[in-house]
Write a protein that binds this ligand. Structure first.
Ligand code: ADP
Ligand code: MG
Length: 340
C-alpha cells in the first residue's frame, strides 16, 4: 500500500468544529430534548412544554416560563463555550446547574435549523433570533424562552441515517422528559406530538409525581428510601422483590438532581437485593442521591450522564444500606411511611 500523501495541517472551520463537537452531545432528537429541558430548568422554569413533530425529527419546540435571555445576549447563547452558569474553575467544582459547558445550543444549531425566542421580565416584548441567518426580530410571547429545532441532521445525512422510526425516536424523547419529570416534581411538564397532548404531569409532591410517571403499581410495590450515610443522602423509592422485572427499564438514579447511569450506584442498589432477587430479575427504583458538589465530578462526559465520585466506596455503601434498610422495613411488615 502506498504511503498516504502528506497534507498540510490546517485549522478546521468553526462550523465543522461545532459539527464534530455536536456528535458527542446530539445523537438523536431525545438528546436535543434533554439539553433543552436542562436549560429550561436551569432558567428556573415552573412549566415546560415540549412539542414534537415526527418523533422530534421534523421539529422540537420547547417552551418555558423561566428567566429568559436578554436580547443582547441572544447571539452569545449560540456560541460555543459561552455560558451564564460558570465563570471559573471554582464554580465548576461546585456546579449545581444541569448545564455549564456552554455547548448545547451551539451543537444543536450546527446540525439543525434553530430559532430562539425569549423575553426577560423587564423587556417590553420578546425577541427572536434565527440561528442560521443571524436575523433578530421582535416576537410575541410572555416571559421565558422558546427554542425551535427543525430538521435535525438535515446537513449531516450520515447521522440522519442512524435515526430510527418516528415511533422509536418519540419514545426516546418521552423517556428524556420522564427522567426530568421524576427529578423535578415541582415543575409541570406537557408533551405534545403532532398536535396531540400525549403527556401531562402537573406540579405535585414527589410521591404523586412518581405515581403519575411510573404508575400506581410502582408506588404500590415499592417502599420509601431515606437514609444519610456520612456525606451521602439517599432518598426515593425502591421496589419490593416481587416488583422486579426481566428488563432494567425502571431504574432511575439521580445525583444532585441529575439523571445518571452509574455502574457503582446500580451495583450498590443491586447488592441490597442479592439475597432476594435471583437470576436476571431487575429491581425497580427511583433513587435520589444528594452529595456535596465538590465530592462528585460531573464533567466526565459531554452528555453528563456519567459522574465520578471522589469516594466511590462511600456512595456504593450508602446506596446499599439505604435500600437494605427500606427493604428490611417492608419485610418486617411495618407500614410504609411514604417518601415524606
Ligand atoms: P449551558 O447550558 O452549558 O450554559 P447552552 O448552550 O445549553 O449551555 O446554553 C447557553 C446559554 O444560553 C446558557 O448558559 C443560558 O444562559 C442561555 N439559555 C439557554 N437556554 C435557555 C433558557 N431556556 N432560558 C434561559 N436561558 C437559556
Ligand atoms: Mg445547556
Amino acid at each position: 500500500q502506498a504511503p498516504a500523501e502528506r497534507r498540510t495541517i490546517r485549522e478546521l472551520p468553526d462550523e465543522l468544529i461545532s459539527q464534530i463537537a455536536a456528535g458527542e452531545v446530539v445523537e438523536r432528537p431525545a438528546s436535543v430534548v434533554r439539553e433543552l429541558v436542562d436549560n429550561a430548568l436551569d432558567a428556573g422554569a415552573t412549566q415546560v412544554t415540549v412539542k414534537l413533530l415526527a418523533g422530534g425529527i421534523r421539529q422540537i419546540l420547547i417552551e418555558d416560563d423561566g428567566c429568559g435571555i436578554p436580547v443582547d445576549e441572544l447571539p452569545l447563547a449560540l456560541k460555543r463555550h459561552a455560558t451564564s452558569k460558570i465563570r471559573s474553575l471554582d464554580d465548576l467544582e461546585h456546579v449545581l446547574t444541569m448545564g455549564f459547558r456552554g455547548e448545547a445550543l451551539a451543537a444543536v444549531s450546527s446540525v439543525a435549523e434553530m430559532a430562539i425566542s425569549s423575553r426577560t421580565p423587564d423587556a417590553a416584548h420578546a425577541h427572536r433570533l434565527d440561528a442560521r441567518s443571524g436575523e433578530l426580530s421582535p416576537a410575541a410571547r410572555s416571559q421565558g424562552t422558546s427554542i425551535e429545532v427543525r430538521e435535525l441532521f438535515f446537513n449531516t445525512p450520515a447521522r440522519r441515517k442512524f435515526l430510527k422510526s418516528e415511533a422509536t425516536e418519540l419514545a426516546h424523547c418521552l423517556e428524556a422528559v420522564k427522567r426530568h419529570a421524576l427529578a423535578r416534581p415541582d415543575v409541570g411538564f406537557t408533551v405534545w406530538h403532532e398536535g396531540k397532548l400525549i403527556e401531562q404531569w402537573r406540579a405535585a409532591p414527589l410521591e404523586q409525581r412518581l405515581r403519575d410517571v411510573l404508575g400506581d403499581d410502582f408506588i404500590r410495590d415499592s417502599v420509601a428510601v431515606q437514609l444519610q450515610v456520612g456525606p451521602v443522602r439517599v432518598s426515593g423509592r425502591a421496589g419490593t422483590p416481587d416488583a422486579a422485572r426481566s428488563r432494567a427499564d425502571h431504574q432511575y438514579c439521580y445525583v444532585n438532581g441529575r439523571y445518571v447511569r452509574d455502574k457503582l450506584l446500580a451495583h450498590g442498589v443491586r447488592s441490597a437485593y442479592e439475597d432476594v432477587l435471583h437470576g436476571n430479575r431487575q429491581p425497580v427504583y427511583a433513587l435520589f442521591v444528594e452529595i456535596a458538589p465538590e465530592l462528585v465530578d460531573v464533567n466526565v462526559h459531554p452528555t453528563k450522564i456519567e459522574v465520578r465520585f471522589r469516594d466511590g466506596r462511600e456512595v456504593h455503601q450508602a446506596a446499599r444500606k439505604a435500600v437494605d434498610a427500606a427493604l428490611a422495613v417492608s419485610r418486617a411488615g411495618q407500614p410504609d411511611v411514604g417518601t415524606g
